[in-house]
Design a protein around this ligand. Structure first.
Ligand SMILES: [Zn+2]
Length: 326
């Protein structure tokens, strides 16, 4: 009896001591670790421009071609050299008269251990035909803006993150087989495959931003319809941020029509709210630049200023998110 009373007293003392310790600890443990405020780095448009030239040098990046494979190898090794955790996801796509062509999505992660994650996406394939051109309609297009520009801005952002630490997870999805659609087959086959077969398995992100045709001179980014339906708050926040940075000549307030692009699949199948930043006509609000799906989609229409604006806005989103101010 005595021994048990002693034990109980000891136990009570121990409990009091532990709770006292916890009380002592409470003030420090309830306060978050002070967030490190990160400077927003300057986006390097020269380096992004070079990354477009490099893709064009490979040739037409049509799935199944050597240029396409060289582009995959280049993107993969570049992202690895930036210290990202890189994944390849292989799948097959059929388009035009080609069946079961080998295609590859490339996913790269920075800070893979962190829970708060932002997904950035673009497609790197270029279109097999120039159906909107007056000449050589059955020949592939260079795709300087349609494909290479979004890819280049993403790769440059990855390089920037490798040199400027950030306190959130940032993921890059370089989708294949976006631009081989027709009346017979789907557009955006790569993002459809990824969104239905997430890699890494169980992947989650707070939100995503898709870049498509973000490099042409006098680009206008209206508020694309599907983004407005699926992620309206994110769209408004990004546009407001761009305007606050003095870029209202690019990020305009007009409501643009809906585009069947990678963000639809990411929203629909991966359940990640994703907006599309895409150059559309502020006049009719449904068409793209005159160069679209023609042989004129070459380096001559690319503007470093446009690349800088888009790159800088996405940079500000990421580092503001890291600082808790987006
Ligand atoms: Zn296209």
């Amino acid at each position: 009896m005595r021994e048990s009373i002693k034990s109980i007293i000891c136990l009570l003392f121990l409990v009091c001591f532990i709770s006292a310790c916890q009380n002592d600890k409470q003030p420090t443990s309830s306060v978050d670790t002070p967030r490190q405020i990160r400077q927003i780095p300057a986006f390097n448009a020269d380096s992004a421009y070079w990354k477009i030239e490099k893709q064009l040098d490979f040739g037409y990046r049509v799935p199944g071609t050597e240029a396409h494979q060289q582009t995959i190898d280049w993107i993969y090794s570049l992202l690895e050299s930036y210290g990202a955790k890189v994944f390849k996801q292989e799948f097959k796509a059929s388009f035009f008269n080609r069946q079961d062509v080998e295609c590859t999505n490339i996913i790269a992660q920075f800070n893979p251990e962190l829970t708060t994650r932002i997904l950035l996406a673009a497609h790197f394939d270029s279109r097999i035909v120039a159906e909107k051109d007056d000449e050589r309609k059955d020949q592939p297009i260079p795709g300087a803006d349609d494909g290479a520009s979004g890819t280049a801005v993403l790769l440059e952002l990855a390089r920037m993150i490798s040199q400027n630490p950030i306190d959130i997870g940032v993921d890059f999805a370089l989708f294949d087989a976006e631009d081989q659609g027709s009346e017979k087959v789907n557009w955006a086959q790569g993002s459809e495959y990824w969104s239905k077969n997430l890699l890494p398995i169980g992947y989650r992100a707070k939100y995503g931003i898709l870049l498509d045709m973000v490099g042409s001179d006098k680009a206008a980014f209206g508020k694309e319809e599907y983004s407005r339906q699926l992620a309206p708050e994110l769209q408004d926040k990004v546009w407001d941020l761009a305007k606050s940075m003095g870029y209202s000549d690019f990020f305009q307030d007009f409501y643009a029509g809906g585009v069947m692009d990678d963000h639809i699949n990411v929203n629909q199948y991966a359940n990640i709210p994703m907006i599309d930043i895409i150059n559309m006509s502020p006049v009719d609000r449904v068409s793209f630049g005159a160069y679209h799906h023609t042989h004129d989609d070459n380096i001559d229409i690319i503007s470093k200023r446009t690349l800088r604006v888009v790159g800088q806005v996405v940079t500000a989103v990421l580092y503001n998110e890291s600082n808790g101010t987006f």
